[in-house]
Design a binder for this molecule. Structure first.
Ligand code: ZN
Ligand code: FE
Ligand code: FE
Ligand code: ZN
Length: 264
């Protein structure tokens, strides 16, 4: 199995499990490497209720150490963060990048302005929204994140479909500009299997997006976005099939923010 680089810890307040349990699950799943990428702190604090605080970064480093001890020579443990792309966040991301010898940083769009649109708390707001307009803003924001060049991996590309809100017609009109921005920015994207377990009932991104990404030469990783040990490496065989069908023959491994291809 490829590496699983998108996993969480209880420090984000909505994940469960010990480092030992997560590592045991990674071994059972047969992962090539295990990566930890919890929700990074955001300023000003308290920013929201689903991430660690800046003051908890030392606890996060301890958690990574405990995972490394639990894996001791049997599974490589990599360290990262899932960073939120927010207006004007660039200098904060650079500061976070310098705080630890990360193996990779993941960039995510969970916020459109002050709205964390993937939070089930705000489903009522979706009901009042123009889906086409939200999609247009989402992909514009995602393309800006891609152009920043601050991240090794861009998370769950079409997270905006999480609650099954999709515009009608050919969605290439949204995909084409962002694919160009990602290819130019140089980050990899992830095939995130968590979407299969959300109302959209589809991995992120849609197979068509994945096909366009493969054609554009955008590198890929496969991720579970596990928030509990039993989600580590979830649906990876299915994801590998999907990646191959889209034209991918390799994924990436990361070490101190350098990337290495790994054949699928
Ligand atoms: Zn989360
Ligand atoms: Fe996320
Ligand atoms: Fe995540
Ligand atoms: Zn995520």
């Amino acid at each position: 199995m490829p590496a699983d680089y998108h996993t969480h810890t209880p420090l984000c307040r909505h994940a469960n499990g010990t480092p030992e349990e997560f590592i045991a699950a990674g071994k059972i799943a047969g992962l090539s490497e295990y990566g930890i990428s919890d929700h990074a702190p955001c300023l000003p604090e308290p920013f929201d209720d689903w991430r660690m605080l800046e003051s908890e970064l030392p606890d996060y480093f301890d958690w990574i150490d405990r995972a490394r001890s639990a894996a001791a020579g049997t599974l490589a443990v990599r360290s990262g963060l899932e960073c939120d792309w927010l207006t004007g966040c660039e200098s904060w991301i650079e500061k976070l990048a310098a705080r630890y010898p990360w193996d990779y940083l993941i960039g995510s769009v969970h916020y459109l302005g002050t709205w964390d649109f993937d939070n089930p708390k705000w489903l009522g707001r979706w009901a009042q929204s123009d889906v086409d307009a939200v999609w247009a803003l989402y992909w514009k924001t995602y393309a800006e994140m891609a152009a920043s060049g601050l991240f090794d991996v861009l998370a769950h590309p079409d997270l905006v479909k999480k609650f099954a809100h999709r515009p009608t017609g050919d969605l290439d009109r949204f995909y084409d500009p962002v694919i160009a921005a990602i290819a130019k920015g140089g980050s990899a994207i992830e095939l995130n299997t968590a979407g299969w377990h959300k109302p959209c009932a589809e991995a992120y991104p849609h197979p068509r997006f994945l096909q366009l990404a493969a054609q554009a030469g955008i590198p890929l990783v496969i991720s579970s976005d596990a928030h509990a040990p039993d989600e580590v490496g979830r649906d990876f065989p299915h994801a590998i099939e999907l990646a191959k069908a889209a034209g991918y023959s390799e994924t990436l491994r990361f070490d101190r923010r350098h990337r290495f291809p790994e054949s699928l």
